[in-house]
Write a protein of this length. Sequence first.
Length: 186
Amino acid sequence: MAPTIIVTAKHCVVTDRENPVTHQSEEQVEQDIPVFKSHASANGTPITTAEVLWYHSGSTRNNPDIAILRTAGYANWNYAPIANMPPFEGEKLEVCGVANRNNLWGPAAESYCGEATMTGTTNFPTDYILSKPLRTGNRDSGGPAYNAKGQVVGITHGDDYESNYSTPISNDLVRYHLSIHGAVFQ
């Protein structure tokens, strides 16, 4: 998104935990999140760590599943710009996962991305991009969905065993927070 900005799924870095004293549910934000180069194996060595700058508040069942991270000390890597427009129905997307090793979409264990076609959007639980064929699976949350220009249009957060689900970057509140943290739009 920018030299020191990463966008991922909120549920990857913010979880609800029960407070042992009050027995109330509280959000817990991860600290010193390991960052790997590209879609590197989770067994590899992190190139840096990141901190959570912002995330969409409220339940991920009713709000965009998005978090913005800032890396610490690794500003020289390549980054993908953000598309100004959401994908259109029928558009080809490259849907990527982050840590899935179950080889759903190809013969090479190193491959985490696959081509899919944007088939529509859904309002449940919130506005999501749907694409097929299935390219992501359990533990792939937080990976990008790219358009043909290499621009990020969404963040992978799940599947229903039939479609990929991505949270669109086109949400006005998400775009605002990305812009104030230096994300690049094209």
